[in-house]
Design a protein around this ligand. Structure first.
Ligand code: AMP
Length: 220
């Protein structure tokens, strides 16, 4: 089964994806994580991606589609995958449909996480991620703090703030989302596979609650 996580930055896509990845035993594929790994390794792709990511812009479609196409050829995706942060443009969605068709697959479910701008900005400011690329646990200094400040509960590595979680970049990432990614809501609504879920600290409904509901109602 192929699940897509839609939603603006810091709505909890990664949190929901990682829970569902475990319960459905399919890999979580985050294009953002793939680019960050390339940046860390100092590759040409990493340098290119960083020049867009550091400003809060999207990495060009042809580059992003190529890395997803290659990733979906790997054997661990034979039973499906959870795409976290891909597609982000209509062009990417159309190309994904073509890639999946060639593998006799299709998108089964699209989870659109919706949150107020105020809460999104707060969550981005307080987000801390594990510096260990094999762990990638995500914390929030207010909502979900680690037991020991600055240290990952799961693997003991240092927690860091993402380079693009800063005030200037955040605003651009939100407008990039509105302009390029939000049209995907209608794209998938028309296909009848969209599930809209509100994420709100004020309403006591966070990513973990959404994931539990999906686990309960989607039995594959
Ligand atoms: P994320 O970790 O999903 O928040 O992504 C971080 C950044 O990586 C985004 O702001 C983009 O610059 C880049 N990125 C991730 N996924 C994509 C994508 N599907 N298309 C273009 N750029 C992407």
């Amino acid at each position: 089964m192929i699940i897509i996580m839609l939603g603006a930055p810091a709505t909890g896509k990664g949190t929901v994806a990682s829970i569902l990845s475990e319960s459905f035993s399919i890999p979580q594929i985050s294009t953002g994580d793939m680019f960050r790994e390339q940046i860390k390794q100092g590759t040409e792709l990493g340098k290119l991606a960083d020049s867009y990511m550091s400003k809060g812009n999207l990495v060009p479609d042809e580059v992003t589609i190529k890395i997803i196409e290659e990733r979906l050829q790997q054997n661990d995706t034979k039973n499906g995958a959870i795409l976290d942060g891909f597609p982000r443009t209509i062009k990417q969605a159309e190309e994904l449909d073509k890639i999946l068709t060639s593998h006799n697959k299709q998108v089964d479910l699209v989870i659109d996480l919706v949150s107020s701008e105020e809460e999104i900005i707060e969550r981005m400011a307080n987000r801390r991620v594990c510096s260990n690329q094999n762990c990638k646990a995500v914390f929030n200094t207010v909502l979900n703090p680690p037991k020991q400040e600055g240290i990952c509960d799961k693997c003991g590595s240092d927690l860091i703030k993402r380079k693009d979680d800063n005030v200037e970049t955040i605003k651009n990432r939100l407008s990039t989302y509105e302009q390029n990614t939000s049209p995907l809501v209608d794209y998938y609504k028309q296909k009848g596979i969209l599930r809209v879920e509100e994420v709100s600290q004020k309403k006591g409904r966070m990513g973990i609650d959404v994931a539990k509901d999906i686990e309960r109602t989607c039995k594959w």
